[in-house]
Design a protein around this ligand. Structure first.
Ligand code: NZQ
Ligand code: ZN
Length: 396
């Protein structure tokens, strides 16, 4: 095992923690840009509580609302302008992954003379990898992406229909202030999507990682098991705070680098999905719910790590093995897919009115963003263009 683990974000987690926003904010600045989405935080009182805490601490603020799901680079550019014209010295993101991701690229973009789209990997020759960022405090209102405590951001370009990422240490938030009561108002569909996203973050590194990581493997499976248990409860009863709390804890664990450290697993399903949602502007986890089971079935029959699939099936879905590993593995995927349906996720492209006309383009664009020395998508095993198209076709 080779491990290099770094996560400097302070995690503050618990019911009522939003009240402490001001006291953390004043450690980092005097005037904040508050980055938020389409307005849910104004309807449910979160914005008012946050502002009351900031006022108590003497922090001024400027608003940057209207960050759309699949945040667009134009919104990032607008945020950078607001930082500069108002001399903000701190960013507070209150929302889902979209607001948090936008805040990271705003924070780095404000310290960079070039265009922020240069930071997003989209196959360009000269990627600008930011080395500095304004201080950021994340206040997640949705359990899904783990963006609150990781250094990644995913941004879309509506002109070119591209969607891709930047991930680098400078983008770690200073503080993740996680108050699970903020997720009580998340609607049913977004609750289910969030659970799906969390699970896929864990399956990507579990299935694509190296061998010889038994602790990380069991940690991943346990986190998935609890996310499924409490995720179903939160989906059925949005007011179930214990369930909301556990789902939010699993979202943090799934993508803050700790559960999977040393596994070195690629994220092929995410890479393909980002291309799909770049073109069709669909919800990230709706795309994952369609592609992940299809990728699993393909991988099981094309040289994937069957032992890990068998453990996935037996530990999470109680599939009894009769010695036929492929059969056991595929039975687990069927049950996993049934779970995704139960939490309201689509499982075929046709449910989103997406046909096969752009499947080849999706494969090409994905490989343009990321490929190994043979031109294939990093995964276990690596995927060629034909493989990606076959996976997409199997999920029509
Ligand atoms: O915009 P508002 O009005 O706030 O409504 C949002 C939005 O419509 C709503 N919502 C959020 N919290 C709510 C709420 N509604 C009621 N009550 C609340 N408490 O939920 C909708 C979706 O929000 P969004 O932020 O788009 O969702 P999510 O957190 O799933 O973020 C998705 C984005 O993150 C990227 C995705 O690709 C996508 O662009 N990802 C970021 C990652 C990262 N930074 O590490 C990793 C992920 O794999 C993912 O790619
Ligand atoms: Zn994801």
């Amino acid at each position: 095992m080779q491990i290099s683990f770094y996560n400097p974000t302070r995690l503050v987690f618990g019911k009522g923690k939003l009240k402490e926003l001001g006291s953390y904010a004043k450690e980092y600045g005097k005037k904040a840009l508050i980055v938020y989405g389409g307005g849910s935080i104004k309807k449910n009182g979160v914005f008012d509580s946050a502002v009351a805490s900031l006022k108590d601490a003497g922090i001024e603020f400027v608003e940057c609302g209207g960050i759309e799901p699949n945040p667009k680079i134009d919104s990032v550019r607008r945020g950078i302008e607001l930082v500069r014209s108002n001399n903000c010295d701190l960013i507070i993101a209150i929302g889902g992954g979209s607001a948090m991701d936008a805040s990271k690229v705003i924070g780095a973009g404000a310290l960079y003379d070039g265009d922020p789209w240069n930071m997003i990997f989209h196959g360009q020759d000269n990627v600008y990898i930011p080395t500095a960022c304004m201080p950021i405090i994340t206040v997640p209102t949705l359990a899904a992406t783990g963006s609150e405590m990781n250094p990644g951001a995913v941004i879309s370009n509506s002109e070119t229909k591209e969607k891709s990422f930047v991930q680098t240490d400078a983008l770690f938030p200073k503080v993740a202030l996680v108050d699970p009561t903020l997720t009580l108002s998340v609607p049913k569909n977004q609750t289910g999507y969030g659970v799906c996203d969390i699970i896929v973050h864990l399956t990507e590194s579990y299935f694509n990682g190296v061998d010889g990581t038994p602790i990380q493997d069991e940690f991943a499976l346990t986190t998935i098991k609890n996310c499924m248990k409490y995720g179903l409860r939160a989906y059925k009863d949005g007011a179930d705070l214990e369930a909301r709390e556990q789902v939010q804890w699993s979202s943090i664990l799934a993508l803050n680098g700790f559960v999977n450290c040393g596994t070195n697993g690629a994220f092929p399903v995410h890479m393909i999905e980002h291309t799909v949602s770049g073109i069709y502007d669909i919800t990230h986890a709706a795309g994952l719910a369609i592609i992940n089971p299809a990728w699993m079935r393909f991988t099981i029959t094309h040289g994937g790590n069957l032992d890990k699939f068998v453990s996935f099936s037996s530990y999470l879905f109680d599939v009894k093995s009769d010695g036929d590993k492929v059969k056991t593995a595929l039975a687990g995927v069927d049950k996993y897919e049934a779970f995704l349906k139960e939490i309201g996720c689509p499982i075929r492209f046709s449910e989103l009115s997406i046909d096969d006309s752009k499947f080849a383009e999706i494969a090409d664009t994905t490989l343009k963003v990321i490929h190994d020395e043979n031109g294939n998508l990093p995964a276990r095993p690596a995927l060629s263009k034909a493989d990606i198209v076959a996976i997409l076709n199997s999920a029509k």
